[in-house]
Design a binder for this molecule. Sequence first.
Ligand SMILES: Cc1cc2nc3c(=O)[nH]c(=O)nc-3n(C[C@H](O)[C@H](O)[C@H](O)COP(=O)(O)OP(=O)(O)OC[C@H]3O[C@@H](n4cnc5c(N)ncnc54)[C@H](O)[C@@H]3O)c2cc1C
Length: 328
Amino acid sequence: MREFNTLKLNSRAENFCCITNEAELERVCDFVQKKSLRLNIIGTGSNVILPETLSGLTIKIDIRGIRYGPTEGMVSIGAGENWHGLVLDTINHNFSGLENLSLIPGTVGAAPIQNIGAYGVELSDFFLSLRAIDVSTGDWINFAKSDCKFGYRDSIFRNSSRYVISSVTLKLHSEFNPILNYPGVKEALEFNNIQSPNAQDLSNIISKIRESKLPNPKRLPNVGSFFKNPIISRDKYRELKRDFDNLPCWEQPDGMVKISAANILDSLGCKGYSEGALEVSKSHSLVIVNHGKAVEQDVRNLVGKLKALVYERCGIQLIVEPIFIKSH
Ligand SMILES: Cc1cc2nc3c(=O)[nH]c(=O)nc-3n(C[C@H](O)[C@H](O)[C@H](O)COP(=O)(O)OP(=O)(O)OC[C@H]3O[C@@H](n4cnc5c(N)ncnc54)[C@H](O)[C@@H]3O)c2cc1C
């Protein structure tokens, strides 16, 4: 499964198949129920940590199709479509909203799992509904936005393989309303001499910023940010500021503040820290890169050490962002 996860961990699936339509998905659910097999679901493997052996049946979702309508701005997308491909397609159809989510790797079907987000925008801002099959019953279910309980990199689908998503429906804007308040976006537009950007300009700028910051998984295997940004009380933030004077924070609606996990790891000197073939990227302390033949246990070891260090020095429990797929 090395080719099916962007951290390029060594992993072997006992059984594997690609799913290209809903009828195949129904047959797979029936099969795993009858044989009492575990079902593992992957898209492009850009947010998973795979065990050395994936027991049961592992399916890669490859259901395609992008359909606009029936009302203005509505678009329904097959779960296997590439996310960035969708962003570009919506811009070509003169719809906007997804520009800040440009270049996030992965499939459309995986986007609701952790409510993907970047540069001040989240999937949930445009989400209408999704269609999924309940693996245990074989029933098809439509989930409305309120059913999904979206949060910061969270939804009811995280850490559950009960539902396989076959399509997602979004509602986009017909009028371009750029979101430029995330640090660095306005500056990058100015630097590139773009005074009044259109949706394509903004998508290009976001892609450029991302390319300059994050190691490309094709060259240096990784799964993007390894830890969520901690959300803490104002008092805790004031306490931390004594030791980390440059620590930025973002106000949350409930009075808490979100702080930068990258900034903390940076201040603790974690860049370049390594464990076997794995290393905390020298260019971005939230990203762990694989230089060789790492396996899941190496990830657990490195993550355990980083979490222990942060807890000891800051009293904060870091939460891992990528999803560990269980082996049994
Ligand atoms: C360089 C890099 C940058 C990244 N930047 C960001 C970012 O800015 N913001 C962000 O939010 N994420 C980011 N990510 C994480 C990742 O791109 C997203 O989480 C993405 O949605 C994962 O898509 P995938 O198809 O690769 O899913 P996978 O990694 O294959 O799967 C992720 C999870 O979704 C489940 N899943 C996948 N497809 C389905 C389906 N059809 N039905 C049910 N469950 C399913 C899997 O079982 C697994 O639990 C980044 C990753 C990388 C490598």
